[in-house]
Design a protein around this ligand. Sequence first.
Ligand SMILES: Cc1cc2nc3c(=O)[nH]c(=O)nc-3n(C[C@H](O)[C@H](O)[C@H](O)COP(=O)(O)OP(=O)(O)OC[C@H]3O[C@@H](n4cnc5c(N)ncnc54)[C@H](O)[C@@H]3O)c2cc1C
Length: 484
Amino acid sequence: MRVQPALSASPAVAQVTPTTVDLTRRYDVLVVGGGNAALCAAISARRSGASVLVLEAAPKFYRGGNTRHTRNMRCAHDSATEILTGPYTEDEFWEDLLRVTGGQTDEELARFMIRESKEILHWIVEQGVRWQPSLGGTLSLGRTNSFFLGGGRAMLNALYLTAERLGVEVVYDAEVVDLDIQDGTFVSARVMHAGSAVDVRAASLVAAAGGFEANIEWLKEHWGEAAENFLIRGTPYNRGSMLKLLLDKGVKPVGDPTQCHAVAIDARAPKFDGGIITRLDCVVFGIVVNKNAQRFYDEGEDIWPKRYAIWGRLVAAQPDQIAYIIFDAPSLELFMPSLYPPVRADTIPELAGKLGLSPEALQETVETFNRAVRPGTFDHTILDDCRTEGLTPPKSHWARAIRTAPFYAYPVRPGITFTYLGTRVNRDARMIMADDRPAANMFSAGEIMAGNVLGKGYAAGIGMTIGSVFGRIAGREAARNARN
Ligand SMILES: Cc1cc2nc3c(=O)[nH]c(=O)nc-3n(C[C@H](O)[C@H](O)[C@H](O)COP(=O)(O)OP(=O)(O)OC[C@H]3O[C@@H](n4cnc5c(N)ncnc54)[C@H](O)[C@@H]3O)c2cc1C
């Protein structure tokens, strides 16, 4: 079967412009996925001399999975750069990872990834990606994280352009639906494209097809019916079909299927692909109540972003997986708003009415909270001394009475970013089979193997580090394997 090329480069820049993609030929390296990990692998394999085919399940416009939504990447570096304000040593990166995962990480692999991330800072620029200085505000990542000029989509476009110039072939609307794996050896992948099934053969496979966060049925196996109310922050194409095939066909799993990165996002966001503009940073400025107008967790426990990633899980545990952040006029300008305006009212009972909550219950919750607030000096940039006394749960910092109209609320739901269950790999990004033998010719990179490094928790920007480091290695090793 021959299909039209997925991307026709400008002839002025293209060194290789395929006129057709021949799915019947045997490629050296087949890359499944179309995000950062896949493109890093494809470029790296091609630069190592391999013929490379990329199969992306999404149509061209939606290519690039969750990578489209990203803004930055965390890499170790020994000194300040043009855009990074100071050094971020390997040891400091490791300490950060150790803290956020609570030790649930493969130390050897994680330290190896951190070491390799130093080179990625330069390698990714050689592939056409550009950096920009970090913005200020709540993120405070100017020393540790490099921001993509133009965001994740621009980053991806640069990688696709480089891949295409090098002669990597890409087919969109091409979902891998089955794999022929015999005794740890990849033989072929069955691809649905343009309404037909085609078996594509290659000497090596790189699986870079993301997690299973967009597969609500799979999420329900671990979260129960609550998963129906989850919103998926990224692509609807990360349904975990590759992950499932690989695990079913003997690849060793890594990670806990219930672990994922989940934050509280605006409940009015679309089911999929809402991206970062639906995120809410204002928990610390008010109180958070459930549909019974009851508070359920310390909103002032720690400084954002350290506590930011726990609110997805907290809201997931509430009835109907819905909660409301309630605050008053003095807080309105203190945080980055969501895409949607907050619900606004002149009184707390009126606000409750607009949210569908009991006016009496919300009034009671706010008054009880206000009575417990102790005087202090409000400073949202530090763990200040504004706290409650005699209240369960407490608000440990930034507690200010909610009494100045107008009053505001944001409805929030759990927003799932990505899942951590994955394929076990070694430092060559080579998959490990259930009997602990390395696979003969199968590699994986990115979200699909993130669980090797991230057992739980998250440090901003590490998703892209995992994809770039292991993508680059997977491509190189897959090409080496094909040569041999
Ligand atoms: C809103 C949002 C913001 C984020 N911001 C950041 C950030 O700033 N920094 C950071 O480090 N991380 C961030 N992340 C996490 C980051 O997006 C991921 O860690 C990273 O993009 C993973 O890259 P990947 O290539 O493994 O997967 P993806 O980029 O998700 O790509 C997976 C690809 O596989 C394809 N695919 C799936 N199944 C198949 C199949 N069967 N056949 C063929 N193709 C298939 C999909 O279409 C997709 O193109 C963010 C995530 C979200 C949702």
